[in-house]
Design a protein around this ligand. Structure first.
Ligand SMILES: Nc1ncnc2c1ncn2[C@@H]1O[C@H](COP(=O)(O)OP(=O)(O)O)[C@@H](O)[C@H]1O
Ligand SMILES: [Mg+2]
Length: 255
C-alpha cells in the first residue's frame, strides 16, 4: 500500500506544486518509487516532468499522471497502490466538495500557508472544514490528519526567536502574522523559505538529478549553486520526515 499525501489550499500560488516537486524529487532520489497525480488543469507538475525529461534531469523512480474522464483519481490510485511507495496528489485551489474526495484517499493532507492575511484566513477555514469533517465522520480515525506548512517564508524569519527584536527588513505586521501562523495554525516543524533556487528546480528538473549534474562541474559558481541545491534537498528530506512523524513547531519565548 502506498503512502498518499494530498496537497490542498483554496488559493493558488501558496506553494503546493513547489512542495510536490521538492518531496517527489527527494523520495525518488532516495530510491522510492513515487507517483504524482496532477489534478491541476494547469498541469504544472506534468510540464515540469516533461521539462526534466527534455533536460535529461528526470528520475526513473518518478511517474506523473493526470486524470481523464475514463481514468479518475480513484482508478489511478487503484492502479498504482501496490506499485509505488508514495503517491502525491497536487491540486488547484479547490472547494470543499473536492476536499472530501481528497480526504477519502489520502493518508495525510498538507496545506501550505503564506504570510498574508488572506492566506491565513483561508487556512483557518480549511482547518475548521477538516474539524467538521472529522466530527461528522462515522469513524473519525479514517479522516487523515491535516498539517499546515509555512511556505515562502522570509529567510530572515527562519531563525528568528519569538520575543527578540524584529530583524531589519521584516515588517511589523509580517512578524506578527509569522507568529500568528505558528501559534494558531500549529504548522509542521519545517518552513519552506522563499528562495530563487526553487524556481530553478521548476525550470530544470528533479532536484537530485540537478545536484548530480552540478557535482560533475568544478568551476566556482557551480559549487555555490550546488550548495544551494543540496540545501534544498536537505530541506525536502526533512519536510518528508516531518510530515510522516507529524512533528509540529513549538515556540518558546522564555515565558
Ligand atoms: N519557496 C519558494 N521560494 C520561491 N519561489 C516560490 C516558492 N514557492 C513557490 N514559489 C513560486 O511561486 C509560484 C507559485 O508557486 P506554486 O508552487 O506553483 O504554487 P501553487 O501550486 O500553490 O499554485 C511559482 O512560480 C513558484 O516558483
Ligand atoms: Mg500548483
Amino acid at each position: 500500500m502506498a503512502n498518499v499525501i494530498g496537497l490542498m489550499s483554496k488559493k493558488g500560488g501558496a506553494g503546493k506544486s513547489t512542495i510536490v516537486k521538492l518531496l517527489s524529487s527527494a523520495m525518488a532520489h532516495a530510491g522510492h518509487k513515487c507517483l504524482v497525480i496532477d489534478l491541476d488543469p494547469n498541469k504544472d507538475i506534468l510540464t515540469w516532468w516533461a521539462v526534466s525529461k527534455t533536460n535529461n534531469l528526470a528520475e526513473d523512480n518518478l511517474i506523473v499522471r493526470t486524470v481523464s474522464p475514463d481514468r479518475d483519481l480513484f482508478d489511478l490510485i487503484d492502479e498504482f497502490d501496490d506499485k509505488v511507495k508514495f503517491i502525491i496528489i497536487d491540486t488547484k485551489g479547490e472547494g470543499v466538495d473536492f476536499g472530501v474526495d481528497l480526504a477519502s484517499v489520502a493518508d495525510v493532507l498538507i496545506i501550505p500557508c503564506l504570510n498574508a492575511k488572506a492566506d491565513i484566513d483561508r487556512t483557518k477555514e480549511t482547518i475548521s472544514w477538516h474539524k467538521d469533517l472529522k466530527a461528522r465522520a462515522e469513524d473519525p480515525s479514517k479522516i487523515p490528519p491535516l498539517h499546515v506548512v509555512m511556505s515562502r517564508v522570509n529567510p530572515q524569519l527562519l531563525t528568528h526567536v519569538k520575543g527578540t527584536p524584529k530583524p531589519v527588513g521584516v515588517g511589523a505586521r509580517e512578524l506578527e502574522r509569522h507568529y500568528e501562523i505558528i501559534d494558531q495554525l500549529k504548522p509542521l516543524d519545517i518552513m519552506v523559505p522563499e528562495k530563487r533556487i526553487y524556481q530553478e528546480i521548476e525550470e530544470r528538473g528533479t532536484l537530485g538529478m540537478i545536484i548530480k549534474e552540478h557535482g560533475e562541474k568544478t568551476d566556482g559558481p557551480s559549487k555555490s549553486k550546488l550548495r544551494q541545491f543540496e540545501a534544498a534537498m536537505a530541506l525536502a528530506i526533512l519536510l518528508g520526515n516531518c510530515i510522516f512523524e507529524e512533528r509540529k513547531m513549538s515556540v518558546t519565548n522564555g515565558s
